[in-house]
Design a protein around this ligand. Structure first.
Ligand code: NAP
Length: 259
């Protein structure tokens, strides 16, 4: 009988311990993923990826601070989120908005103060806003190269550096930047964009190594092509708007109207 019990108890105990460890791991992962009440800042929240992030984080119960240049467009996103049907399991919050142009460093520091005033701190900063560029180097003004750099590189850098000290003080925070696959590989006719994303990758890699000791996390996301307004809003070599997909749409319409 003892032998039977002995044989049965050993594996049972080992199985129970294993199960408890697994439960602990799942609990830890869940805690990590829990975004309820977390303060999340999203730049470029009026459109595309930023707007989609806003939808996902809002549904997870985060306290959002949505940023962009156009207050009306941001307010439309807030209204859309408020009208979303919530199954009641997660408590959602009405997002705050902060309007500023990322390409102006002096505006970014006052915007950062406004952002910090909303809830007193930031848990997650998502540097998403950006513009694209289409043109060949021979025909591109240096001022255009600089403008793309201001929005895609210096803007996120200035905002991050303005928010960073408060994260260091709290020994808590996650900084995310939306780069691009073009931050790793350069292709023709995208010089300004690829350069700005390469610089982004380098800066945030350095930042990750520097702030790890404070318990802060830094993530660089490098998506491939996603159909948003990015190419429509892209700037060309002379600084005018590219309007790529609109042109495609117009030419398709024209083609169909011939039949
Ligand atoms: N779509 C893709 O294929 C793709 C691929 C890889 C990476 N990405 C990256 O993903 C990010 C989001 O792009 P998206 O595709 O979602 O493009 P999008 O639909 O054009 O959205 C861009 C957002 O950035 C904001 N923005 C642009 N210039 C700004 C400025 N000077 N100051 C403040 N906000 C500004 C815009 O807001 P307002 O105009 O309302 O100010 C808008 O909300 C960008 O960093 C882009 O490089 C996109």
């Amino acid at each position: 009988m003892e032998r039977v019990l002995g044989l049965g108890v050993g594996p049972l105990a080992a199985g129970t311990v294993g199960l408890l460890i697994l439960l602990k791991v799942i609990q830890r992962l869940r805690r990590k993923q829990n975004l309820q009440d977390k303060v999340v800042v999203i730049t470029g929240a009026s459109s595309g990826l930023g707007k989609e992030c806003a939808r996902v984080f809002h549904a997870a119960g985060a306290r959002l601070i949505l940023c962009g240049r156009d207050q009306k467009r941001l307010q439309d996103v807030v209204e859309e989120l408020r009208n979303k049907n919530n199954n009641g399991k997660i408590q959602t919050h009405t997002p705050c908005t902060v309007t500023f142009d990322l390409s102006s460093t002096s505006l970014v520091s006052s915007a950062a103060k406004e952002i910090l005033k909303c809830h007193g701190h930031v848990d997650v900063l998502i540097n998403n806003a950006g513009i694209s560029y289409r043109g060949n180097i021979l025909d591109t003004h240096v001022s255009v190269q600089r403008d793309v750099m201001e929005t895609n590189y210096f803007g996120p850098v200035a905002l991050t550096q303005a928010i960073l000290p408060s994260m260091v003080d709290r020994r808590s925070g996650h900084i995310v930047v939306i780069s691009s696959v073009q931050g790793k590989i350069s292709i023709p006719y995208r010089s300004a964009y690829a350069a700005s994303k390469h610089a982004t990758q380098a800066y945030f890699d350095c930042l990750r190594a520097e702030v790890d000791r404070f318990g802060l996390q830094v993530s660089v996301i490098s998506p491939g092509y996603i159909r948003t307004n990015l190419s429509i809003n892209a700037v060309t070599g002379d600084g005018s708007q590219y309007g790529g997909e609109i042109m495609l749409l117009l030419s398709t319409k024209l083609l169909f109207s011939l039949y």
